[in-house]
Design a binder for this molecule. Structure first.
Ligand code: ZN
Ligand code: ZN
Length: 427
């Protein structure tokens, strides 16, 4: 991991020395620890709260780990490692260098104190966490460490399954850790990003998905499916948008954490994006407009979730057209009763607007259109749809209509007009 965030140290954050100087929330001392290491903070804490010595966080997390291991001997792996991952003040995950170092400390601690095979799932868990933060593609040490961790995880799982006692209740108690570990191994090989590693990645994530499916863990199962789709995209070089899976994830989050949660809104935006990329532009734009509205109302204009979805909606509303010779433009509006179309060149910044004959521009893939002046297929006049294919030789676009029951049809260019603002659904 390369990104160090120096602004998070006390001095660089511009915080005062002396009376109001920030102090470590564990040992309450100001300034560096005995080894000279400064206070760190990389979570969502603000102001002067949340600073600590890394050595202090580790000591604190270790004692939390020991306490949990004693209290919930069997099921507490996530809880066991929680203090290595989450800031207890703001409850958010540590970031960047801090999480990088803490996940290593968690592995070392588990390896040192919980070596017994009956505790294997604890080490399995901390190793899996570690795998998610290392950077095998850009860092040779991380790559070596990751490969070693994968081997170790697999052998722990084997040992635990073979152990007579543990094997008996493997299915109920430990199988979730097994699936999570396969997911982490798959993620590691995916980020390694070689032809060979991607094939391995797919195998492991499929194993994880199958276990999650069998044990009816819907969300992790869907996340695994999404990961498999993106591995397949990397392998084949062809985008696999997995709209279906994204829709299921969105529906799941709506059901469980509610439709206004930023995470749900983000999942909805993923669906909208995939719809647009597969040229279901109208459906995608309607969904995203709804999400922007929702986010604005609930979280306000300045919230990350609102800003992100708004900027994406803006891009989505760009209406792409091409000329006969295939040059793309962004259409802005019609003039002269639709005879002329005002366009601009998307490749030139601050490009002036150009006026073109409306019959000379062709709505491109994913552009919402309306039919006009058809002599045959007259029932399609006034109907809106997405352009899903453009055939320059034939002079026609294949349009898929919004209205239920309408078959898609090939329409001549001169009978199509770009729709700039989608009509409300009920109209
Ligand atoms: Zn301290
Ligand atoms: Zn915090």
């Amino acid at each position: 991991m390369t990104s160090t965030n120096n602004k998070r140290t006390a001095a660089d954050a511009g915080l005062p020395e002396g009376d109001n100087a920030p102090c470590c929330w564990v040992c309450l001392e100001e300034g560096p620890d005995k080894t000279g290491a400064p206070l760190v903070r990389d979570c969502s804490c603000r102001g002067s709260s949340g600073f600590a010595h890394l050595s202090c966080i580790i000591k604190h997390a270790e004692s939390e780990g020991r306490r949990v291991a004693m209290e919930n001997a069997e099921t507490g792996a996530a809880l066991f490692a929680k203090a290595f991952e989450y800031c207890p003040n703001c409850k958010q995950q540590y970031q960047n260098e801090v999480i990088y170092k803490l996940t290593k400390a968690a592995v070392d601690f588990t390896d040192r104190e919980y070596k017994d095979v009956t505790c294997g799932y604890l080490l399995c868990h901390t190793l899996s966490n570690r795998l998610t933060v290392i950077d095998p593609k850009n860092n040779a040490d991380d790559k070596a460490e990751g490969e070693e961790s994968c081997t170790k995880i697999l052998s722990i799982i084997e040992d635990m399954k073979c152990n007579e006692l543990l094997g008996l209740f493997w299915k109920e108690t430990y199988v979730y850790f097994e699936a999570t570990a396969y997911g982490a191994i798959g993620g590691f090989f995916m980020r390694l990003d070689t032809e060979e590693s991607l094939t391995k990645a797919k195998q492991y994530v499929e194993k994880a998905r199958d276990i999650f499916r069998e044990t009816e863990n819907e969300m992790p199962m869907l996340m695994a499916e999404k990961k498999i789709a993106s591995i397949e995209s990397k392998i084949s070089g062809e985008e696999n948008l997995c709209v279906d899976t994204l829709q299921k994830i969105y529906a799941y989050l709506q059901r469980t954490i509610g439709e206004t949660d930023p995470q749900t809104i983000g999942a909805g935006a993923d669906v909208a994006e995939a719809l647009c990329l597969s040229f279901h532009a109208i459906e995608g734009e309607r969904l995203l407009s709804k999400l922007v509205e929702l986010s604005r109302r609930v979280h306000g204009m300045d919230h990350e979730s609102t800003k992100r979805s708004m900027s994406y909606l803006q891009r989505m509303k760009e209406r792409i057209v091409i000329t006969q010779d295939g040059q793309p433009f962004i259409a802005l509006r019609y003039e002269n009763d639709g005879d002329k179309c005002i366009v601009k060149d998307p490749t030139i910044e601050d490009e002036k607007e150009t006026r073109m004959s409306a019959s000379g521009i062709i709505p491109y893939l994913g552009t919402p259109v309306v039919c006009k002046g058809l002599q045959q297929l007259t029932h399609l006049n006034g109907k809106i749809g997405d352009v899903r294919k453009v055939d320059l030789e034939e002079g026609k676009c294949q349009v898929h209509f919004q209205e239920a029951g309408l078959e898609h049809a090939k329409i001549k260019f001169n009978h199509l007009r770009v729709v700039f603002d989608l009509p409300p659904l009920d109209a």
